[in-house]
Design a protein around this ligand. Structure first.
Ligand code: PHE
Length: 509
């Protein structure tokens, strides 16, 4: 019998837990700061309505109908769809490997939070804490050294992840209650503190008041669409798997709106915390560095500048990093769950064993990011996956569903049990057939061009060696693009594959 969520709220919480992750906490506020506050929010909401929400509904509905992980689900839509499914799984595996390492850094900072007490007022030392502990060279050389504290935390990260998903929907259902509510509580506490700081209003103005001239900057659009995509956890094989555990009676249209709105609201809440706190310590201008450095370099400086009382600052640090831990864990395990569901479905394997092996493999592969070259390697993989493979997967998915299949069948699934709110046909069609394919393709082309044009975000000027870009960027991307063929070859050599999977219409209601 296939796993099922124990209740509607469990499913919603699990999906919200996946969507709400570290991306909400530092990428979203950082991008808003960089791109004219309210102007960015405007484009973000637009992209969410036109691309994010329809895609989310589509993945969950196909998962529910077919009761399969991403590849099997997409195969029922169209035979070639299976490839798109495997690319999504590859994205999931690649992201899972390095996301666990970022999670390990967060655990490390949590454990080291007491140190902030000793750094009171000393922003210089606070900013160096993370860099010195992870022992990075900042370049792609230095594979010989390893950071033992990070290794220890990576082990904790994977054990925690495994414990949460070892019993599939049953154990996930139990933990998501906490991993979704705790970060919200932490953020609320931090927001109260933020509001009481001098300059809080100035911070809020920076977040909400639009600078419409920023709309002319194409990177705003690229960043906003990319962030919607990443934040809703689509194209990573997660939502197909989570959808495949959903009850027939579920109300996908409404549930997806709840999921997307919660994700957005929590991003805003995190934004409020970041902007008011940063304004309070006079660091508002440092906000627009939207990268990983926000949480590990800039925020520590803010923490030690909060008050002159060491223990209060340390307490704040504990709450902040605990919040990040609870944000990250359910995103991490959702991504492993997505891939393990896909693999177990395809090869008819025992789900628990598949999960165990996958955690082990991903954990071992993550060791490369624990070395001195780790930070640079992580940066390269992260950029390639987010800027290229993820978007490409989205393009394949919408083209297959929008143009190689009767799109109405997917829409019927979405609206199966809805009475009050139905996903309108014009909205879904407009998005899946036209807006999403065109905009995502434009985004993909834009990213590829900026890779080659000097001064682009990630090309000739990325500062890393060509060889490392080839191995960690191009090779990883190439492998995920051909992953469907690799799986087919493996399936052929073994007997136990599910080659006889049912098509969309063969499935009994
Ligand atoms: N939505 C997640 C975030 O914002 C992205 C993600 C999902 C990352 C799952 C990893 C795993 O952080």
């Amino acid at each position: 019998m296939r796993d099922k969520w124990s209740s509607r709220s469990t499913f919603i919480l699990a999906a919200v837990g996946s969507a709400v992750g570290l991306g909400n906490a530092w990428r979203f506020p950082g991008l808003a700061a960089k791109h004219g506050g309210g102007a960015f929010l405007f484009v973000y909401v637009l992209a969410m309505l036109l691309i994010g929400i329809p895609l989310l509904m589509m993945e969950i509905a196909i998962g529910r109908r077919t009761r399969q992980g991403a590849p099997g689900a997409m195969r029922a839509v169209n035979k070639t769809g299976e490839h798109a499914g495997w690319i999504a799984v590859s994205n999931g595996i690649a992201i899972g490997i390095y996301y666990a390492v970022v999670f390990a850094w967060v655990i490390l900072m949590f454990l080291l939070s007491f140190k902030f007490a000793g750094f009171t007022g000393d922003t210089e030392s606070a900013s160096k804490l993370w860099i010195t502990t992870i022992n990075t060279t900042g370049t792609t050389s230095g594979f010989g050294t390893i950071s033992w504290p990070v290794l220890g935390c990576l082990l904790i990260a994977w054990i925690a992840c495994y414990l949460c998903i070892r019993n599939g929907t049953t154990s996930v259902g139990k933990v998501v209650k906490y991993t979704v509510s705790l970060p919200v509580i932490c953020l609320l506490i931090l927001a109260v503190r933020g509001f009481t700081m001098p300059g809080a209003m100035e911070g809020l103005a920076k977040l909400f008041v639009p600078d419409w001239s920023a709309l002319g900057d194409s990177t705003l659009w690229v960043d906003a669409i990319g962030q919607v995509f990443y934040s809703l956890s689509v194209a990573m094989a997660i939502m197909f798997a989570y959808g495949s555990f959903v009850d027939e009676k579920a109300n996908i249209a409404i549930d997806c709106v709840i999921i997307a709105v919660s994700d957005f609201v929590i991003s805003l809440l995190a934004g409020i915390v970041m902007f008011t706190t940063m304004a309070g310590v006079g660091m508002l201008d440092n906000m627009s560095a939207s990268g990983i450095s926000t949480a590990f370099i800039i925020y520590p400086q803010a923490i030690v500048s909060l008050t002159k009382v060491p223990w209060i600052n340390a307490a704040f640090a504990y709450v902040f990093y605990f919040c990040l831990i609870t944000l990250a864990i359910d995103s991490l395990f959702s991504i492993v769950e997505g891939s393990s569901t896909a693999i177990a479905d395809k090869f008819k394997l025992n789900k628990k064993k598949t999960t165990t092996v996958l955690c082990l493999i991903e954990g071992v592969l993550g060791l490369i990011f624990v070395t001195g070259a780790g930070l640079a390697c992580l940066d390269i993989v992260d950029n390639f996956v987010n800027s290229y493979t993820l978007i490409l997967t989205g393009i394949f998915e919408v083209i297959i569903v929008g143009w190689c299949f009767k799109t109405s069948k997917v829409l019927d699934q979405i609206n199966l049990n809805t009475q009050n709110f139905k996903m309108p046909k014009w909205w879904f069609y407009l998005s899946i057939k036209f807006v999403a394919p065109v905009i995502l393709t434009a985004l993909f082309v834009w990213n590829v061009v900026s890779l080659f044009v000097g001064g682009g975000i990630y090309g000739a000027g990325d500062g890393y060696s060509l060889l490392s870009n080839i191995i960690l960027g191009w090779l990883v991307m190439g492998l995920s693009l051909i992953s469907g063929f690799i799986v087919k070859a493996i399936a052929k050599s073994g007997k136990k594959s599910a080659e006889e999977e049912a098509g969309w219409d063969d499935i009994k209601e």
